[in-house]
Write a protein that binds this ligand. Structure first.
Ligand code: ASP
Length: 477
């Protein structure tokens, strides 16, 4: 609910800000104009009673329009500082809470389970579901790519831009991300330094949170005070998330604006040209990734939630739509985690001890969109280089895509880095990853959405399987 001040003055302030920004633009003060547009949009959001969802959607559309509009602004006057900073700030705010959220959520979630045997059961169901959803995702990707064969007739490798990319890029050596010591080293972290890190190692926090949760179960009454402290700290973090989520419309708008704005180095013509050239040459591949991911997001995942938890697809998608929009714009499941947790608990009624366990772990391990993408991309690259992949090779791609997606950190473009290992597993040139770089920001948006939706669906299903369907079917449309 907007406060009295904002409901009375917000819309007027927004209108004045917009007029002032047009005046600034006419005078060549484009950085001030951009800052005024951001402030006007924020004032409009604070003053409206419309749902947060709608506001985020509006932020997306305004960001798109403003980004395209910057193509017409002469290079010298184009200062996107305020826009870039706003997007960056929003992501930083969310990331700030990820470390404490993961750690507190897991520890308090496990402690609430009350016994280690219920933990074992929930863990087994959760991992079975992570595996099943990723398995179906990769299968969908591979079936689609074999049916439509994108990349079979493109001239991509003869375009100077892509050729240049291939020559310049030295990919990360395969395997460095998944060496035994690196993996175990990630897991066994000093929790205090892990919490203090600007990019908290989620697996390490998950592991320590689990250890602490189990210790709290085992020590029972003796550690009741610590359990209550952890629960209270978690409530504080959730309150902060509620505040930051209110800023999502502005954050989404700023991120989309600077992304679209940066596509033109030389006015509208170059913005259009770079979009059209890329679209023509790789359009089939992009469309295939979109369609396959959509099948997974709109058919497969809702089917899981419906069959295993009785949750109507419309309720599922409406319930997680805020998280999906934030995932789309941040391209990071980890940064989206606070919003996912809020949506799944508040809108879908999944009990806290389930979300606390399933969501933080799922954010790093369960990556349906990434697995599906890596499989399609590997076959696309094989086709570009004119290489036939045998059934055995395709099965290797199948397994490696799942493994590498599970091993990818929940940050932007992580899937593209682990992709190198998938390519090398079937003797494809690892440098070919460079071809995907210009497309990655675009494709990362939807694969992160599928990753986040997959986590939410697994949480819903675990709740459905372990607690029955009551709380989720109650308000079906
Ligand atoms: N950006 C994805 C995520 O955070 C990971 C990826 O690059 O595929 O979920």
């Amino acid at each position: 609910m907007p406060s009295t001040f904002w409901s009375r003055w917000g819309a007027r302030l927004a209108a004045v800000g917009l007029v002032a920004s047009l005046a600034c633009l006419a005078l060549g003060a484009s950085s001030l104009a951009a800052a005024l547009v951001l402030a006007s949009f924020a004032a409009a959001c604070f003053s409206t009673k419309r749902s947060l969802n709608l506001q985020i959607g509006a932020g997306f559309v305004v960001g798109l329009a403003a980004g395209a509009a910057t193509w017409w602004i002469p290079e010298g006057a184009k200062h996107m500082g305020a826009v870039d900073d706003t997007g960056w700030l929003f992501v930083r705010l969310l990331k700030m809470l990820v470390g404490p959220l993961v750690f507190l959520a897991i520890a308090s979630g496990l402690a609430r389970l009350g016994s280690t045997s219920s933990l074992g059961r929930m863990g087994a169901i959760t991992f079975a579901l992570y595996f099943s959803t990723m398995f179906v995702a990769v299968a969908t990707g591979l079936i689609m790519v074999n049916l439509f064969e994108p990349g079979a007739n493109t001239q991509l490798l003869s375009l100077p831009f892509f050729r240049g990319l291939l020559e310049q890029t030295t990919p990360a050596p395969a395997g460095t991300a998944l060496g035994f010591r690196e993996f175990v080293g990630d897991l066994l972290q000093n929790p205090l330094s892990a919490l203090a890190s600007p990019n908290p190692p989620i697996l390490g926090l998950v592991f320590f949170g689990m250890l602490l949760g189990i210790a709290l179960i085992r020590t029972g009454e003796q550690t009741r005070a610590l359990r209550e402290f952890i629960d209270s700290a978690y409530a504080v973090v959730l309150w902060m998330i509620g505040i930051f989520v209110r800023l999502a419309p502005l954050g989404v708008m700023a991120i989309v604006w600077s992304l679209v704005g940066s596509m033109a180095s030389d006015g509208p013509r170059s913005g259009m040209t770079s979009m059209i050239t890329a679209a023509r040459e790789v359009g089939g591949f992009i469309a295939l990734v979109f369609v396959a991911t959509s099948i997974h997001a709109f058919v497969t995942l809702p089917a899981f939630a419906w069959f295993l938890a009785g949750l109507h697809p419309r309720r599922l998608l409406a319930g997680v739509s805020e998280a999906l929009l934030v995932a789309f714009s941040t391209s990071s499941s980890a940064a989206t985690l606070p919003v996912t947790t809020r949506n799944v608990e508040q809108n879908l009624g999944v009990p806290a001890h389930v979300t606390h366990f399933v969501l933080p772990l799922g954010a790093t391990v369960n990556m349906d969109g990434t697995a599906l993408y890596e499989a399609i991309a590997a076959l696309f690259i094989a086709a570009l280089f004119g290489m036939e992949l045998s059934l055995g090779d395709q099965l290797t791609v199948f397994g490696m895509s799942m493994l590498m997606a599970a091993g990818a950190p929940a940050i932007p473009s992580a899937g593209m880095v682990t992709m190198v290992v998938v390519l090398q597993a079937v003797d494809l040139p690892a440098e070919a990853v460079a071809l995907l770089i210009p497309l990655d920001r675009l494709l990362d948006t939807i694969r992160t959405m599928a990753n986040v939706e997959g986590d939410a669906v697994v949480a819903v299903c675990v709740a459905g399987v372990t607690h029955g369907n009551e709380q989720m079917t109650a308000e079906d449309p």
